[in-house]
Ligand binder design. Structure first.
Ligand code: SF4
Length: 308
């Protein structure tokens, strides 16, 4: 069986992968440097909620991100050192991953993002945020940045279903997501949507409905992420109380492949599994063997293609 090292290498030629998309845009492989921009989240600081989304780790879903050190240039250099073993590229996307990366004064955001794109090796920006944290002055800034280097905005949607939205304490309704995608498209920014497969009490049909919704939303890309139960989260408490079960690998692969098949061919699939730090991962443990998971996904996709 052929082995694949990353999500991006894996589905090339069958679906539009992030690696192939980056090659189209930048002419070569580009690596994302995960960064902490020093912000928090309105769903954690009491503005919308104080506990955060039930699956969110202490690190604000940025557990692999290079910590803020007061100087973005040093931070970028440190992040590059961390990925040196994985890639020889010297083109990078500065990926502001931890917490909500537009939740700050626009002056702070301007200094941070402009400093990041002033680095010659940084060919673009990727900004993880919430759809309810895109006021007009931030949109204006994103438009300005996008005219200099490509900007990707990653929105955490996770689900379109109301009951799950409340259960996971997402803190904004679906209409806010629709509005955010519309605004981002108007300013020409590349929009990527995060969806979690395996949220408590969701059926495969519900997950598929979410993915189809994203496919029709106008988004340019999607991240499909397995639900990880991480230490210290509300989700961990629910899991240990037996309130829901995590997906088996077979279930996940079946749902994931159906989701991939349901997406429009032009949408870029940025992720098909997701990583969780081993020290934090409570369940599902099978997800820690990423190489095996990717090979099994590849086999299932091949099987489905042969059966068409
Ligand atoms: S919006 Fe993001 S950073 Fe904020 S609590 Fe939810 S997952 Fe965590």
């Amino acid at each position: 069986m052929t082995e694949f090292k990353t999500d991006g290498d894996f589905v090339a030629e069958k679906y539009r992968t992030l690696n192939s998309y980056f090659k189209e845009v930048f002419g070569e492989k580009v690596y994302k440097l995960a960064l902490d921009g020093g912000m928090t989240c309105p769903n954690r600081d009491g503005t919308i909620g104080s506990g955060g989304c039930i699956f969110c780790s202490e690190g604000g879903s940025g557990d692999f991100a290079e910590k803020l050190c007061g100087d973005i240039h040093t931070q970028l250099e440190r992040a590059k050192l961390r990925v040196r073993k994985k890639t020889k590229t010297d083109k990078f996307i500065a990926y502001f991953q931890s917490y909500t990366n537009t939740y700050a004064d626009v002056g702070y955001l301007r200094r941070l993002f402009f400093a990041a794109i002033s680095e010659p090796s940084v060919v673009g920006l990727s900004i993880g945020t919430r759809p309810d944290c895109l006021p007009s002055d931030v949109l204006k800034l994103l438009k300005e940045l996008n005219e200099i280097k490509p900007v990707f905005v990653e929105l955490g949607l996770q689900t379109i279903h109301k009951a799950t939205e409340i259960l996971i304490r997402r803190g904004y309704p679906l209409e806010v997501f629709d509005e955010a995608v519309k605004s981002l498209k108007e300013i020409g920014v590349n929009t990527v949507v995060h969806v979690i497969l395996g949220l408590p009490h969701e059926t495969p049909q519900m997950m598929l409905e979410t993915v189809k919704y994203v496919g029709k939303s106008g988004a340019d890309g999607i991240k499909l992420q397995l639900l990880h139960v991480l230490k210290g989260t509300e989700l961990e408490k629910m899991y240990l109380r037996g309130e829901f079960e995590v997906l088996t690998m077979e279930e996940y692969i079946d749902i994931l492949c159906s989701c991939i098949e349901a997406l429009p061919k032009e949408i870029v699939i940025h992720r098909i599994t997701g990583d969780a730090p081993k020290r934090l991962l409570v369940a599902p443990k099978w997800s820690a063997d990423k190489k095996r998971v990717l090979n099994c996904i590849n086999s299932e996709l091949n099987k489905r293609i042969m059966e068409r």
